[in-house]
Design a protein around this ligand. Sequence first.
Ligand SMILES: C[S@@+](CC[C@H](N)C(=O)[O-])C[C@H]1O[C@@H](n2cnc3c(N)ncnc32)[C@H](O)[C@@H]1O
Length: 216
Amino acid sequence: MTDAIVSNLYMTIIDHYFSGLSATQQHQFAELLQLYIDWNAKINVISRKDIDQLMVHHVLHSLGIAKFIRFSASTQILDVGTGGGFPGIPLAIMFPDVQFHLVDSIGKKIKVVQGVADALGLSNVTAEQARVEQLTGKYDFVVSRAVTAFPDFVALSRHVINTVQHNAVPNGILYLKGGDFDAELKPFGRRAVVVSLTEYFTEPFFETKKLIHLPL
Ligand SMILES: C[S@@+](CC[C@H](N)C(=O)[O-])C[C@H]1O[C@@H](n2cnc3c(N)ncnc32)[C@H](O)[C@@H]1O
């Protein structure tokens, strides 16, 4: 199959789960595969075996957050440890009226993120090489996937959460995580809400995948 055909097949998956996308959003999602193939050849941000699974393992996985919450316009989001742009880039396509700041401690990853955002014309995305501990700005939500153990992640990033609420869901951390992490959630008791992504998506990949929401 050519990459163009694979892109079209993937678009069917996105359309299936998210109806009503604009032509611009459809075009941006369809462009992702080729953009990541091209960038990944220069700077490795997605494992070579996983690039074939980009749309499910990375794009749809990121969009699990969009099933949990529809961010209101002008919400400010920080993606911590974005790597090649996940979950921030798919969410920025999904919510063009929401502002996304994507940070990673490794500069070459931010180069990829900036390249992808520029190619897609994502004017709601900024990207910065930084450690979250150094940031002084405030955000309604921190989104993230696969950065560190959850308690450590909360300790590193809780200082950036804004106390003024703009959304139906309380401000806080939205963290995508797989596997068994019950022990990691113990310190937060019932405050941490865990949703299985199988509630949203039927692909077997999501059988072990969860979203944690910690209001802060
Ligand atoms: C396993 S990768 C995950 C990348 C991306 N979130 C994903 O799911 O594809 C973890 C990333 O977190 C970044 N990172 C780790 N600690 C960080 C910190 N304190 N501040 C910012 N980025 C950090 C690393 O540089 C790395 O790119």
